[in-house]
Design a protein around this ligand. Structure first.
Ligand SMILES: C[S@@+](CC[C@H](N)C(=O)[O-])C[C@H]1O[C@@H](n2cnc3c(N)ncnc32)[C@H](O)[C@@H]1O
Length: 292
């Protein structure tokens, strides 16, 4: 039973984001990744008008409970639809748009959807929005060709390890299809004390593929830019190099077009890294638009 979402998912880089956005009452801010609502709540405290998107209906329900009856607009949507939803609610131009990518700690603690190695009996699903998505993680493991599997794992693993894993998967599925987390973790060595689970990177690559995370990010960044007012800012927090590369390259190309200035990488302070271990891999980049 979840008592307090703030205990489960601590928002990252809050002070840095508030410092960058300089929110004054009535400013319009879009939180493209509501999650447990941590950042949205901080924007509300500053008096902002907020529009927050969340693709996972279960997460949205929890955040709605936490945020309560405030005037925040919370919408079940994938952020690739950010433009039409922003127009629907009159959120253009806006002062800032935040993308805090990936999944929340709540997803990792959840038993039934296969986001974590912790529950070996969980089905290999990993869809953030099951009602609107067909392909589960198990399907990818059972149907992709070896070269496709290798390419998928290369998002978070070195090519040689990705190739080895792809071979093992093809070998194993000759006898039995993948259906549970344990079928995947069985392909890895046991976890050593104090080290990350050896399957962590493979699980992340699988989740990224199931939810088309890199493709969605690329599309959403471009659609977001058009919503910014003069001096408006897009703030993106990434948790692995594949995401960060997309953001860095996008911002560089906008700079070359003379659309504004990129800033970053900005990383959490030592204090935050100690207090919130999840923040350790966070990298933030900001783009400020220079025209109206
Ligand atoms: C890292 S969490 C955000 C945490 C949030 N900032 C907080 O402070 O609680 C990322 C959230 O974005 C959601 N998400 C991931 N991809 C999305 C997408 N394409 N569109 C909308 N939400 C998405 C996930 O379901 C997850 O709840």
């Amino acid at each position: 039973m979840i008592k307090d979402l703030s205990e489960i998912h601590k928002p990252v880089l809050v002070y840095e984001i508030l410092d960058i956005l300089h929110i004054t009452p009535e400013d319009k801010i879009i939180d493209a990744t509501l999650g447990a609502g941590g950042h949205t709540l901080e924007f509300l405290k500053k008096g902002a008008k907020t529009l927050s998107l969340e693709t996972d209906p279960k997460m949205l329900k929890l955040a709605r409970k936490r945020i309560g009856d405030s005037e925040a607009i919370l919408e079940h949507a994938n952020f690739i639809h950010i433009k039409e939803i922003a127009h629907k609610y009159g959120f253009s131009p806006v002062k800032g748009i935040l993308f805090d990518l990936g999944i929340s700690s709540f997803h990792l603690d959840e038993d039934e959807r296969g986001f974590s190695f912790k529950n070996e009996n969980a089905p290999l699903d990993m869809r953030l929005d099951p009602g609107n998505m067909e392909v589960k993680a198990s399907t990818l493991l059972n149907v992709l060709r070896e070269d496709q599997l290798k390419e998928m794992f290369m998002v978070s693993m070195p090519p040689a390890s990705a190739k080895k894993l792809a071979q093992k998967i093809c070998e194993k599925r000759k006898n039995k299809n993948f259906s549970k987390m344990g079928d995947l973790t069985a392909l890895f060595a046991k976890r050593k004390p104090g080290k990350i689970h050896p399957a962590t990177r493979a699980i992340m690559a699988l989740r990224i593929a199931v939810n088309s995370e890199l493709e969605n990010l690329t599309v959403a960044l471009d659609r977001s830019f058009d919503l910014l007012g003069p001096k408006g800012k897009i703030v993106v927090i990434s948790f692995h190099s594949g995401e960060d590369r997309i953001v860095k390259n996008r911002f560089k190309s906008w700079e070359k077009l003379g659309w504004g200035l990129g800033q970053g990488p900005i990383k959490p302070s030592e204090d935050e890294r100690v207090q919130n271990p999840r923040s350790r891999s966070a990298v933030m980049r900001v783009f400020e638009k220079n025209f109206s």
